[in-house]
Design a binder for this molecule. Structure first.
Ligand code: MTE
Ligand code: MO
Length: 376
């Protein structure tokens, strides 16, 4: 067989791709599903971002109810993000012959449109890839995850809206089904829907309790872990948090005081069922027992509107120090928990004391608490 150099091989043209599924109608149907996932993922991502570090003006507005709010929005964030992966794959397959369009540029407008699509595709691929690895707690890159994921989200969503605007005529022309439809298209879309259903089914169990038995591919089972609850960062990972034998809770404020673990146990104890809803995609409910944070704050003479800074025994780490807004610290369900599911907190769950509050990201449910400080 004569060998040919790559440069001699015929270059494919858009017309070389014969499948009838490289057509605008298929692209529009897939685009609708994908667009919906991207918008849902973006909106729920914004909620998560704002809850994790609220800009000053919004701080007083964040609600501590519904109790499961963050669990639901973050569950949807990860579910819609994972569903977008097969949808994006199918959408790109449908349109990729356009990469070989000739001439590659037909004028300024066309050039801008192609550039916009390149940016949109790159941002979406990177966004879904970093998000997926984040659910595995794997950060094999030098840039900070959250800021990058946040800004890529804006670029991808902005790019999507521009893309929809630029393609509006083609979208409108192919919005409605024409009969008789293509059998190939029905089969292809059915296959894509099955793939979306399958990846959703085997991962959604990490945040949807009644799907937990199908949770084959998700990195977490919400019911596996010490005391029936997963651990995101163990005491060992946090630099083996050493609880001194003379540990005391320091409450700093107008009438500051300290309490030993025994004394904390003597205060009125409350019990509540609240979830840990991790930003990395899993959530799990547990029964917590401990002292109300608002009781501790009343005793120290904190004003109603005071924010509270929580410090952990952890030597360092991004969540060593966190802040609680008044809506949360005054909520009767917000506890300095001493027990979980009927047992004294395991070291990995934050022994001797941890914060648990409703409608909050897991990252703010500070473990190994040593100090509560009233901020003006
Ligand atoms: N001090 C401290 N508290 C922390 C963390 C941490 O790294 N340090 N991780 C947080 C995260 S990301 C989550 S999801 C929850 C998990 O709580 P659990 O390990 O008890 O399930 O703890 C939070 N509290
Ligand atoms: Mo987390």
């Amino acid at each position: 067989m004569p060998t040919r150099r790559i440069s001699e091989l015929p270059v494919p043209r858009e017309e070389s791709f014969r499948s009838p599924l490289h057509d605008p109608r298929t692209a529009v149907v897939l685009g609708r599903w994908l667009g919906l996932c991207v918008l849902l993922c973006f909106a729920t991502g914004l909620v998560s971002h704002v809850l994790q570090n609220p800009p000053g003006w919004i701080r007083g507005l964040l609600p501590s109810r519904p109790v499961d709010g963050y669990r639901i929005t973050q569950g949807l964030h990860v579910i819609s993000g994972i569903a977008a992966v097969p949808l994006l794959g199918a959408k790109l397959w449908t349109v990729y012959p356009k990469l070989f369009a000739w001439p590659p540029v037909r004028g300024v407008r066309h050039a801008l449109e192609r550039l916009g699509i390149a940016l949109l595709v790159a941002a979406l691929l990177l966004e879904l890839f970093t998000g997926l690895l984040n659910t595995l707690q794997w950060y094999p890159w030098p840039f900070p995850f959250r800021q990058t994921h946040f800004w890529l989200g804006w670029i991808a969503t902005g790019g999507l809206l521009l893309h929809v605007a630029a393609k509006a005529p083609a979208i409108a022309a192919n919005w409605r089904r024409v009969r008789p439809g293509l059998a190939e298209r029905r089969a292809f879309l059915g296959g894509v829907a099955a793939a979306v259903g399958a990846v959703t089914l085997v991962t959604a169990g990490q945040s949807v309790p009644w799907l937990s038995r199908f949770d084959l591919l998700a990195p977490r089972r919400p019911d596996l872990g010490p005391q029936g609850l997963p651990v995101n960062r163990t005491a060992a990972q946090a630099g083996t948090v050493r609880v001194p034998p003379d540990w005391r809770l320091h409450v700093v404020g107008p009438r500051g005081y300290t309490l030993s673990l025994h004394e904390l146990g003597q205060l009125p104890q409350y019990e509540c069922e609240l979830p840990i809803a991790c930003v990395e995609g899993w959530s799990a409910s547990a029964r917590w027992t401990g002292v109300r944070v608002r009781d501790l704050l009343e005793r120290v003479g904190a004003p109603e509107s005071a924010r509270v800074r929580v410090t952990s025994l952890e030597a360092d780490g991004p969540y060593r120090v966190t802040e609680i807004e008044p809506a949360y610290s005054r909520d009767p369900l917000t506890l300095l928990a001493l027990r979980v599911n009927g047992e004294v907190l395991a070291p990995d769950h934050g022994f001797p004391a941890r914060i648990i509050a409703p409608n909050r990201p897991g990252v703010l449910q500070t473990k190994w608490v040593s100090r509560l400080e009233v901020l003006g």
